[in-house]
Design a protein around this ligand. Sequence first.
Ligand SMILES: NC(=O)C1=CN([C@@H]2O[C@H](COP(=O)(O)OP(=O)(O)OC[C@H]3O[C@@H](n4cnc5c(N)ncnc54)[C@H](O)[C@@H]3O)[C@@H](O)[C@H]2O)C=CC1
Ligand SMILES: O=C([O-])C1=[NH+]CCC1
Length: 312
Amino acid sequence: MSESPVLLNKHEVERLLTYDDLIPRLESVMGKFSKRDSSEIIQPVRSVVPIQQHSGFLGVMPAYLANEGILCTKIVTFYQRAEGSSLPSTQATVLLFHPEHGHVTAIMDGEAITAKRTAAVSAISAKLFKPALSEVLCILGSGQQARSHYDVFTKLFKFKEVRVWSRRKEMAQRFVNDLQDPVTVCSSVKEAVIGADVIVTATGASQPILFGEWVKPGAHIAAVGACRPDWRELDDVLMREAVVYVDSREGATAESGDIILSGAEVFAELGEVLNGSFPARREKTTVFKSLGMGIQDAVSAKLVLEKWNSEH
Ligand SMILES: NC(=O)C1=CN([C@@H]2O[C@H](COP(=O)(O)OP(=O)(O)OC[C@H]3O[C@@H](n4cnc5c(N)ncnc54)[C@H](O)[C@@H]3O)[C@@H](O)[C@H]2O)C=CC1
Ligand SMILES: O=C([O-])C1=[NH+]CCC1
């Protein structure tokens, strides 16, 4: 009989998963993924079931990392929620399996993993692509991803000014009230992004909210929302003028409305830049279009379990 799986709640996962540990693991796995060696990594594009009556989606995100002995799947739901809803729009559970015997070794909260690994990957994109002199950070959205992006971007980089915009100004104000350091609340997207060097879009928008005409040439945009083929956060001008990087070419081609509907060309995967097979075109306006990958959840969950095991 196999042992019962370890069960870890959101509080535990949040405590055990640190950006310092996570970032090097994500860089390593994304680099390996971009080599497309199926004897090392298998990660299909996420399967998504629409839940039309409730404006939601169920996604299943499996991954197998043979050399690291990680067999994992995340099950995630994401919903378009009314502003001010007390329910989280992204909820998830991550399962780790014993790769040899097939039993479940751990079941853990996936909300904290999703928030931290997505922000950490965006931070990796910013390390590679943001302008050398980056003084102004702008965050569009004030939800879970906005907060994790704020945390890691201000931990890793020094900005003179941080701005936030949200659909309802009081939500942006609430976001700011939870923080120690000063952040400017903006009344419009335009006001928030003019002159910004780094822009994070982390909204549930399905139509463009960020327009290329407002974006400072050379800025870096980490675009985290719009993860359906008919959803947008960025307009055609921005998508066509920027150098576009993605987490996975297959994921972007299947799921990113910003890429599919604008007809923008994907320049490279983040992993291809980390591998040195494509350049980081820092001098240009750059977009990193993030959709989220099972391998990112898999290395995060393994890290959480290792930390937990070291304490028990
Ligand atoms: N790329 C990735 O790996 C991941 C992407 N996501 C996506 O990131 C986005 C944010 O996710 P969470 O922070 O978990 O959600 P959340 O519900 O915590 O925050 C969503 C934010 O978007 C705003 N928003 C919603 N609809 C909007 C609209 N039509 N126009 C402008 N703003 C709008 C809300 O006011 C809120 O500030 C979602 O689109 C989600 O699907 C989530 C997890 C991972
Ligand atoms: O990677 C992920 O978990 C998600 N991406 C979009 C919604 C959830």
